[in-house]
Design a protein around this ligand. Structure first.
Ligand code: NAD
Length: 435
């Protein structure tokens, strides 16, 4: 079948227009097919993820295949209940009358995915799009070519081509897709392209979800158990070699915590990846040379606490912690998106909050503290996509929490029931008897 953007969009729209994607049974069947794809072809996807990003099987299973299966299972369990019309109270002046809110599918959805979790970030939005009764085009990232090819080859074996299409390619192919009219565009990636997507969507008045990134801070306060803190930060930061949108970007070490935290971070990295992380099967690689060069240039400021080694030929960059980093260092200007973790010392919580609020609103804000007062102040005085105490990254696997950014870190949200709302129109229905 043709992969020409116009032909694909027309084919999917024709399917949607028949109405056959609307019944609950159609949606559940597609989710079960997606489930079968992931369980039966899991080895193929794990191999592709290793080829693209050096992901270990454990990491690739948890972060991609297993994650998406959980999203499917949660949706299969609750979809009927989520789709039930919600009764709405009617003011006395309208009575007798009944009102309800109905979730209507939107039509044809375009999902544009990035390279860092190339399977999860293509298929988790697809779960929501299909569960909400839409047809969908997936545009995987060209920077994860093995995973892109595996999805293009295998998805059509499990899901009808009339309802789901995979269009591979880079900027020209995405640009061609963006010329077409969709009913929702779901984009995950950087803010520069996010603006291109939103401008293209404006031509057709198409709603967008933008899942973007940014610098996610970690506040560490005196009194927190610094050994546990360091272990959890290191695990969240260095998985996928730091190429995670919700990875801790930098640490704001409050008061006198920095020196002791440095020691614990070095120990935590050693416990995760051994004497030489280059030899650890658990440690990933940088996606390409362009990103490798960008990251290697960030090592020139600050004092290396651990790591610093790199090897361009293998796209290896050691898990690196930098101390004594200045606010103006290049590493503090843009999202790091790699295995470099700067520590900035701040005198107190006021300074930490001011530091955060002087910058773009982050996708996630993390804090390690024993103080309820600190938790309350961070909740009330800062804005971020998510606020998480004590455990970086994993919050996105809690299916009842919305996942998305605010301001420069994005707009809109998904996962679980939030995906249904994203990919549906919430239609108001009022029924007043004529008698
Ligand atoms: P990327 O380079 O793979 O780009 C993402 C998608 O945009 C790809 O499919 C690509 O083909 C397409 N694209 C690139 N240039 C384009 C153009 N000019 N016009 C149209 N389409 C274009 O991925 P990336 O942007 O490097 O991803 C990294 C960023 O994504 C980071 O900022 C990260 O924080 C963010 N991210 C966010 C989330 C989230 O869920 N919020 C998840 C992962 C990554």
């Amino acid at each position: 079948m043709s992969t020409d953007a116009g032909t694909v969009a027309a084919r999917l729209r024709a399917t949607f227009d028949t109405g056959r994607t609307k019944p609950l049974a159609w949606r559940l069947t597609r989710l079960r097919a997606l489930r079968a794809l992931l369980t039966e072809q899991s080895e193929v996807f794990l191999a592709a993820l290793r080829a693209d990003l050096g992901k270990s099987a454990t990491e690739a299973y948890h972060g991609e295949v297993g994650f998406t299966l959980n999203e499917i299972d949660h949706t299969l369990t609750h979809l009927e209940e989520w789709l039930r019309p919600r009764p709405a109270a009617v003011p006395g002046a309208f009575l007798p009358a009944e009102a309800r809110v109905v979730r209507d599918p939107l039509g044809v959805v375009l999902v544009i995915a990035p390279w860092n979790y190339p399977l999860q970030l293509a298929l988790a939005p697809l779960v929501g799009a299909l569960a909400a009764g839409n047809t969908a085009v997936i545009k995987p990232s060209e920077l994860a070519p093995a995973t892109s090819a595996a999805m293009a080859r295998l998805l059509p074996r499990y899901l009808d081509r009339e309802a789901v299409a995979v269009v591979e390619g880079a900027v020209p192919e995405t640009t061609a897709l963006l010329e077409e009219r969709f009913d929702h565009i779901f984009y995950t990636g950087n803010g520069t392209v996010g603006r291109i997507v939103m401008a293209a969507a404006a031509r057709h008045l198409t709603p967008v979800t933008l899942e973007l990134g940014g610098k996610s801070p970690v506040v560490v306060e005196p009194g927190a158990d610094l050994a546990v803190t360091a272990q959890r930060i290191a695990r969240g930061k260095f998985q996928n070699a730091g190429q995670t949108c919700v990875a801790p970007d930098y640490i704001l070490a409050v008061g006198d915590t920095a020196p002791e935290l440095e020691t614990h971070l070095a120990a935590a990295v050693h416990a995760l990846y051994g004497d030489d992380p280059a030899l650890s099967p658990e440690y990933g690689r940088i996606v390409n040379e362009r990103h490798f060069d960008r990251l290697a240039a960030l090592l020139e400021d600050g004092r290396v606490v651990t790591g610093g080694g790199h090897d361009r030929a293998n796209r290896y960059l050691a898990p690196t912690v930098l101390a004594d980093v200045s606010e103006n260092a290049p590493v503090m200007q843009a999202e790091i998106f790699g295995p470099v973790l700067p520590i900035i010392a701040v005198p107190d919580l006021d300074a930490a909050i001011a530091f955060i609020n002087n910058r773009d609103k982050p996708l996630a804000l993390y804090a390690f503290t024993e103080s309820e007062r600190t938790k309350q102040r961070l909740a009330e005085e800062t804005s971020s996509g998510a606020l998480v105490f004590g455990l970086p990254v994993s919050y996105l696997a809690v299916p009842e929490l919305p996942f998305g950014g605010v301001g420069e870190s994005g707009m809109g949200r998904y996962h679980g029931e939030y995906s249904i709302d994203t990919f549906s129109h919430l239609k108001a229905v009022l029924d007043k008897p004529l008698g």
